[in-house]
Write a protein that binds this ligand. Structure first.
Ligand code: SF4
Length: 394
């Protein structure tokens, strides 16, 4: 009898079903200067830093693998990336550029992004974003009363005024940004105030993340059928206001679905449940794939979601591990359940692993409260709107 090696097992897997890597999320620091009460990150008060000497190792792991895509977005996230100095990102840019120059013939392009609460953005940061061509995503939840209900500093002080000051600095420097707003119960009855805020601050690209039960945040103000009905009304009204206005606001929830419908495309998977479509790396160099929110989470069923460390494990070797194979079997089981039971499958592709895990303790399952908010309700609102004629905007 011969024992299968890790690499034998990897070749047994259909690696064509994996990748290409389009998104790499790197935790430049675990520290966040805010302490939002719905945050899922357990170590956000600790200042741990991703050593930039590991960046060439990460790039090597990506480029040597069969999963490397031609266009990669590297997002500094999972903490507040701007608690590090501008020089950190200057150095990162220089490392990325020189590595790509030495090891590729221009076939691979890497864009850098940050996802930030904007409280630290000033002129110096704007100059840093421009010289390093960093794309900026801002997290802000709407007007002050709604935002400050949850997004506060550790000493309890509100953060809205500082986030707004950061957005104004971006605008002064003509740096476009897209916004992610966490929708909590406070926002539900105020679609007009929410819409006015994003229009008046000049936001043209917006995504709603409905407050979820995830990580150390074990309950959400957005649970239950009553909240689902409120969210349906909120979304309908928000879009009605947007359509009635001339401000061009692309709402992610609708934009994605309209795009699929207009191109007559349907999904049978999505980037959050396709292996090595996303690569997530924590400050120590531990990596995982699927949903970035699973990085560094421990669980009874799966142990740790980390698949290895970039210092000593290649992406292909990690795909051969027993842990990956258990995860992948459950993810595939979950996709199959979604496909056989859900009318929204073609517009969703089988949901987000982290929500399946947080709500049901397994990835081998289908519907979640999060997918009703993220997919089902927006599609229902959209289809109802389609009944009145083609939508004017998304
Ligand atoms: S909407 Fe929910 S149940 Fe339907 S395919 Fe997506 S994750 Fe699965």
């Amino acid at each position: 009898m011969t024992l299968a090696t890790g690499l034998d097992r990897a070749t047994d897997l259909d690696l064509n079903r994996f990748g290409p890597i389009g998104l790499v999320v790197v935790q430049s620091t675990s520290l966040c200067n805010l302490d939002c009460d719905y945050c899922y990150l357990p170590d956000r008060q600790q200042r741990r830093i991703f050593d930039l000497q590991l960046l060439p190792v990460l790039l090597q792991r990506i480029l040597e693998s069969p999963f490397c895509g031609p266009q990669i977005s590297l997002v500094w996230h999972a903490g507040e990336p701007l608690t590090l100095p501008c020089s950190y990102y200057d150095e990162a840019t220089s490392i990325i550029q020189s590595y790509l120059q030495q090891h590729t013939n221009g076939e691979v392009v890497i864009d850098q992004h940050v996802q930030t609460n904007a409280t630290l953005i000033n002129d110096a940061w704007c100059e840093c974003f421009k010289r390093n061509r960093i794309v900026v995503g801002v997290s802000i939840d709407g007007p002050a009363a709604i935002h400050d209900a949850h997004r506060r500093f550790r000493n309890g002080n509100p953060s809205h005024a500082l986030s707004l000051r950061g957005l104004e600095a971006l605008r002064r420097h003509n740096i476009p940004s897209h916004v992610i707003a966490v929708v909590t119960a406070e926002a539900m009855d105020q679609p007009e105030a929410m819409y006015r805020f994003f229009r008046d601050t000049g936001i043209t690209s917006l995504g709603f993340n409905v407050e979820e039960q995830e990580g150390v945040h074990t309950s959400s103000s957005m649970q239950g059928q009553l909240q689902e009905e409120r969210y349906r009304r909120f979304l309908s009204r928000f879009w009605e206001l947007s359509e009635a206005d001339e401000h061009p606001l692309a709402l992610r929830e609708f934009h994605q679905v309209i795009d699929l419908i207009q191109r007559n495309r349907r999904l049978n998977q999505n980037e959050l449940n396709r292996p090595y479509s996303i690569l997530s790396v924590d400050w120590q160099g531990n990596f995982s794939t699927f949903d970035p929110e699973l990085l560094s989470v421990s669980s009874e069923r799966y142990g740790n979601f980390n698949l290895g460390n970039i210092r000593n494990t290649s992406l292909v070797e990690a795909a051969s591990s027993a842990r990956f194979q258990q995860l992948w079997a459950d993810v595939m089981g979950g996709i199959a359940l979604c496909q056989s039971s859900c009318d929204y499958f073609g517009l969703c592709g089988g949901g987000m692993g982290s929500n399946k895990f947080w709500e049901h303790g397994t990835l081998n399952c289908s519907e979640t409260s999060a997918c009703r908010f993220r997919t089902q309700l927006p599609v229902q609102v959209l289809l109802k709107r389609f009944e009145a004629g083609p939508p004017l905007s998304a």
